[in-house]
Design a protein around this ligand. Structure first.
Ligand code: ADP
Ligand code: GLC
Length: 497
């Protein structure tokens, strides 16, 4: 089974969030599950400089037959776009890098639309995926294109629309990591996409008078997946459907949820290079040291008895962190500490910084992106807070589980699928792994916080839950097996790798 995995970020080369972690881990897991996987990435600077040379013989200029594909000729590129074979570091997987220097060779966040050409940039990525799906590389034609998020949404559509001779094209799977980010562009973009007029309509990729790349993926993919079973159900309803629930309901027969996994090579307290004293469920004394290490690193009072609440997150409306901010003074009055690492909405960043200024030594806030500090917080925190309004999967609560930083989460999406609440019943049955609240309000969060504090006051009970949490497994192998059987349902005759 040949699979072309199409994405825009991949840990450790480029990561802005969970998609990077997923793309770093899932392709190797698919290979281990027996697929012949290659990854297609746009040539952002850290990707171009991070990939290794390829053993494959040559590069492929993108063919742009007249009237088909995005009108890049309008952009006046000095060189035609090319797909370069490359090798991924670590996994050694084969990759293709889409080179169009004028479009991708830009510093900073890869999604910022600094030149106002995001539509055409990501259309070109999708087009290159479709070209490979149609046999651009004569030595390797994929059976399946597996596309991720709106950046790749046009790929299943181009794949279907492209009129080319040769063997039948690949099938397509489109994975939604976050339906809230849709890739919406002005209607004027449509004329540049090289698609027939009729597709600018309600049954095509038009969305309230504009062009939606997410909608293109949802319309044209053979299968749609999302990153947890709960989110797969939630997006069929208006509340979480972001205006696309009607379309998703119409296609519900091909929608399913496959839960993300954790890369336990990267997120593992027993061999985490950031922790001076690694630990595991049978050596929790190391976690006490990790707490002291974190307290020192972030300028918190080094106190073993202070319960440390941690946050590692994008600071956006999705993540519900205004609920945490509203409780900062209360947390401190209860003797707890708070360690926040995040970046995003300026008013929220400032509110957290003000809380830190009010409570030096008790609240520490680091505004920025820091992979090493993220590991230190997982190691040092007693509780990791993920009170998201919605959460397609969420990875930080899974990392929290592995590090014995018990997740405190809102009952939604992947959070609901992965955390077991410390109710009296679940505690007694030995199932509890964290704290869940239902009501998305400050009061809802407060009640869960109090429950966490009460359990923390009983060290043996707390340690028991930590040990259960740390033993949970969210293996990529399991997800890879589910994706593989999905691919096989589309291409039953594809050869085994
Ligand atoms: P999302 O993709 O919605 O941001 P996830 O929980 O799936 O949420 O993944 C977030 C990933 O990004 C995790 O690996 C987390 O550790 C990381 N992360 C988020 N914010 C930061 C930050 N400020 N610094 C370092 N890592 C961060
Ligand atoms: C998105 C979602 C997050 C998910 C991640 C990886 O960023 O917001 O819930 O874990 O993708 O699938």
């Amino acid at each position: 089974m040949k699979v072309l995995y199409v994405c825009t970020e991949l840990f450790p080369l480029l990561k802005t969030g969970g998609l990077g972690d997923v793309s770093g881990a899932l392709p190797p897991a698919l290979r281990d599950a027996g697929c012949d996987v290659r990854v297609l990435l746009p040539g952002f600077p850290p990707i171009r400089s991070g990939v290794g040379p390829s053993r494959l013989p040559r590069s492929y200029p993108l063919q742009l037959p007249a009237g088909q594909g995005p009108r890049v000729e309008d952009l006046g590129l000095s060189e035609p776009p090319v797909v370069h074979p490359a090798t991924l570091p670590g996994s050694g997987l084969a990759a293709y890098v889409l080179e169009a220097r004028a479009l991708f060779d830009r510093p900073g966040n890869p999604y910022l639309d600094t030149h106002g050409d995001n539509g055409i940039r990501f259309a070109l990525l999708a087009w290159s995926a479709a070209c490979i799906g149609h046999g651009l590389d004569p030595h390797w034609q994929p059976d399946v294109l597996h596309c991720h998020d709106w950046h790749t949404g046009l790929a299943p559509l181009y794949l279907r629309q492209m009129a080319m001779p040769g063997p039948p094209p690949a099938a397509s799977v489109f994975t939604i990591h976050n339906l809230a980010y849709q890739g919406i562009f002005p209607d004027s973009l449509f004329g540049q996409l090289g698609l027939p007029e009729y597709l600018f309509g309600i049954d095509g990729i038009e969305f309230w008078g504009q062009v939606s790349f997410m909608k293109a993926g949802l319309q044209a993919a053979d299968r749609i997946t999302t990153v947890s079973p709960a989110y797969a159900r939630e997006i069929l309803e208006p509340e979480q459907g972001c205006g696309l629930d009607g379309l998703l309901r119409a296609r519900s027969a091909v929608v399913s949820g496959i839960l993300n996994g954790v890369d336990y090579e990267v997120w593992n307290p027993s061999r985490d290079g950031v922790l001076m004293h690694p630990y595991d469920w049978d050596s929790l004394a190391g976690k006490v040291k990790a707490k002291a290490q974190l307290q020192r690193r972030m300028g918190l009072q080094v106190r073993r008895d202070a319960m440390v609440f941690g946050v590692v997150s994008r600071l956006t409306e999705q993540k519900g962190l205004h609920l945490v901010e509203a409780l900062t003074d209360e947390l401190v009055s209860m003797g707890a500490q708070l360690a926040v690492l995040g970046a995003g909405d300026i008013p929220l960043e400032q509110a957290f910084l003000r809380a830190a200024a009010r409570h030096p030594g008790r609240i520490a806030v680091d505004i920025g992106y820091d992979e090493s500090l993220a590991h230190a917080i997982m190691g040092g925190a007693d509780v990791i807070m993920v009170p998201s309004r919605f959460e397609p999967c969420g990875l930080t609560q899974l990392y929290g589980l592995r590090y014995g930083a018990l997740p405190l989460v809102h009952r939604v999406g992947g959070l609901a699928d992965t955390v077991v609440d410390a109710s009296a019943q679940n505690l007694e049955a030995g199932f509890a792994t964290g704290f869940i609240f239902d009501e998305y309000t400050v009061q809802g969060l407060r009640t869960a916080l109090h429950r966490a504090l009460r359990l923390y006051a009983q060290p043996p009970a707390w340690a028991r839950v930590q040990q259960i949490a740390m033993r949970q497994r969210f293996d990529w192998g399991e997800a890879a097996a589910q994706y593989t059987s999905l691919y096989r349902s589309l291409k039953p005759d594809a050869a085994h790798a």
